[in-house]
Design a binder for this molecule. Structure first.
Ligand SMILES: [Zn+2]
Length: 469
């Protein structure tokens, strides 16, 4: 039996033991000596001048390309086919000699993209999934170093907000922390190792919100982290009932942070919102400093190019994000094209850091799905069941009415009944057992009239009622 299933079946007390044992194991890896060393470096590199940033990235890129040519079959073949040597890529500008890597390329070549040295020593690698909002799941691998580095960058942004490791943080994310059909508190689990209070986002509806408030106040958090749509609903409740949860910072990501979301959340929590952008592909991590003017592209983490339709630098205009990880040597993704569009900000940031900035990505807009009892479920939460199911080429979620949801699927090779059972079980755990969920297969899924693909569509009129305020 796997750990997730064991956890889901365990009673509350045992869940707490399991969660803390798991957290303790992770802690050794993610907060150990390497973490402290990397964090210390990141404290100084954040003040690099534009020139130092360029030198840093060029040198790191040469190291990455040499490794990829030598140890990653996909790149070895590509360089040979193009008649290039690793030494031909000397600077960030030289990246344009290489083609863009698409999601489809990764899907077709996922095992060829793994480093032979890292994968031979597979205990160092971990795999996870992303379904993204295009509804096409992707399996990606992270080296041990990548996982630690990711944690260090995450903590640097928290430090920018005045939060240090060990300070209490409330986490309101998509993990099924407690049984969905639970009707009595606790709807949370305390992680004593990291000092996080993991709270179920699924139970956060009007009836239970007073209990959440009480628990959070007694936990006395320094910060709160969650999805914008979830925090927005909660913030509205706090304001409506005249309650305030005063923290130093709120962190959010994965969904667009609309202006009225930000204002409402900042009012309810009495602090600024730090809106960050990251990907499971680990090629880009963009974070906000105290100026809250766009997001800094953490240059140590990866290289971000912004390109126009012809593949040239999109100077002063909106473009497509093409990203290269500088730290994930286990599965190096070079020039990975992200489906999001944004714009670079040219002026230097008032915080004094020279690291480049981009405008917040707003293209990830999706409808909301509602459970039978009317609770809103954010699209980010719905992506979880699709992670790790590689036999799905594309998917779309359509709420037909208050009681039924249709999952549209474009199958890939190897799709089987077992995948479907696993998907449906995980999906129902999030939308509720009283929701009718059906699956239908398609050859392709069309885009909407604006040319955008919407992963979540709500056909009921309810959403206008709820999203309007
Ligand atoms: Zn700044």
């Amino acid at each position: 039996m796997d750990l997730k299933r064991l956890y889901s079946l365990a009673p509350h007390g045992l869940k707490s033991v399991l969660l803390n044992a798991y957290s303790a194991a992770l802690y050794l890896e993610r907060y150990g000596k390497s973490f402290r060393n990397i964090s210390e470096q990141l404290e100084s590199t954040q003040w690099y001048s534009a020139d130092e940033i360029k030198k840093y990235q060029d040198s790191k890129l040469r190291e990455l390309v040499q490794h990829a040519y030598k140890n990653v079959p996909y790149y070895h073949q590509m360089f040979n086919d193009l008649g290039l040597r690793a030494a031909d890529i000397r600077t960030v500008n030289d990246l344009k000699k290489l083609p863009v890597l698409t999601k489809a390329d990764i899907k077709t070549n996922s095992s060829l993209l793994l480093s032979r040295v890292h994968n031979a020593n597979s205990r160092g690698m971990k795999f996870g999934g992303t379904s993204g909002t295009t509804g096409s799941p992707l399996r990606v691998g992270w080296s041990r170093h990548m996982r630690i580095f990711n944690n260090a960058i995450d903590w640097r942004q928290k430090r920018w907000a005045g939060i240090e490791p060990g300070e209490p943080i409330v986490m309101l994310l998509g993990q099924p922390i407690v049984q969905l059909d639970k009707t009595k508190p606790p709807f949370w689990q305390q992680d004593y190792v990291q000092n996080f209070l993991w709270m179920s986002a699924f139970h956060l509806h009007a009836d239970y919100m007073p209990m959440y408030v009480e628990k959070i106040l007694s936990f006395r958090p320094s910060a709160v982290e969650g999805y914008p749509s979830t925090l927005f609903e909660f913030a509205k409740f706090l304001i409506r009932t005249g309650k305030k949860i005063q923290v130093k910072a709120v962190f959010c990501s994965s969904e667009p942070l609309h202006k009225h979301y930000r204002e409402t959340i900042e009012q309810a929590f009495g602090c600024k919102v730090f809106d960050f952008y990251g990907l499971a592909e680990r090629t880009i991590f963009a974070t906000q400093c105290r100026e809250h003017a766009g997001q800094h592209l953490n240059f140590e983490y990866g290289i971000s190019e912004l390109l126009d339709e012809e593949g040239n630098d999109a100077l002063g205009q909106e473009g497509v994000l093409v990203t290269t990880s500088l730290e994930n040597f286990g599965m190096p993704l070079i020039r990975y094209q992200v489906s999001d569009r944004t714009m670079l900000i040219d002026e230097p940031c008032a915080c004094g850091r020279a690291m480049p900035r981009m405008r917040e990505v707003v293209s990830k807009y999706e409808d909301m799905i509602y459970r039978v009892d009317g609770t809103a479920i954010s699209p980010s939460i719905l992506t979880h069941p699709f992670k790790l199911i590689e036999s799905i080429n594309q998917s779309q979620i359509v709420q037909l009415d208050a009681h039924s949801i249709l999952i549209k699927i474009v199958k890939a090779d190897g799709y089987n009944k077992n995948d479907e059972r696993q998907l449906l079980a995980a999906f129902r755990a999030r939308v509720g057992e009283d929701m009718q969920v059906s699956v239908q297969f398609f050859d392709h899924l069309p885009r909407d009239s604006s040319g955008k693909f919407r992963w979540v569509i709500n056909q009921t009129t309810k959403k206008t009622k709820h999203l309007h305020h």
